[in-house]
Design a binder for this molecule. Structure first.
Ligand SMILES: [Zn+2]
Length: 130
């Protein structure tokens, strides 16, 4: 469990290496769109794919949700707020023609990278640089 938000978490780094091994190029910690007030962890601009690596604690993963006992209400509101904002962000992106992909920090990053790579390739009609 990681209660501190960091920019470059180990799962993010693992996913990025796996994506590099897939031969993909991307930007990190970018707003997919300037009018969206949230950053994605990994952005494929021309394919319009935005990847978010969700921490199990912060985003209330169903498998590893550990709800702290101390200040339980505060934590619950915080984590549920994060989940709500994730959904809003995904909605926003979908309406704007993007494909949001959520990867859990507990996911196998090689498999996640394969999924992301397939999505990016299917959304990149020509051999353009992403
Ligand atoms: Zn989890």
């Amino acid at each position: 469990m990681q209660r501190q938000r960091r920019k470059d978490t180990a799962p993010e780094r693992a996913l990025r290496s796996a994506l590099h091994r897939q031969g993909l190029r991307f930007r990190v910690h970018r707003r997919p769109d300037p009018t969206l007030r949230r950053q994605a962890d990994i952005v494929f601009a021309s394919a319009k794919v935005a990847v978010f690596v969700n921490g199990c604690f912060w985003h209330g993963c169903q498998e590893h949700a550990t709800w702290p006992r101390a200040n339980a209400d505060w934590w619950r509101a915080k984590i549920e707020g994060n989940r709500r904002r994730d959904l809003e962000t995904d909605d926003w992106l979908t309406h704007a023609g993007w494909l949001p992909i959520r990867v859990w920090e507990h996911d196998d990053m090689n498999s996640a990278a394969e999924l992301v790579a397939a999505a990016v390739r299917s959304r990149t009609p020509t051999r353009s640089v992403t």
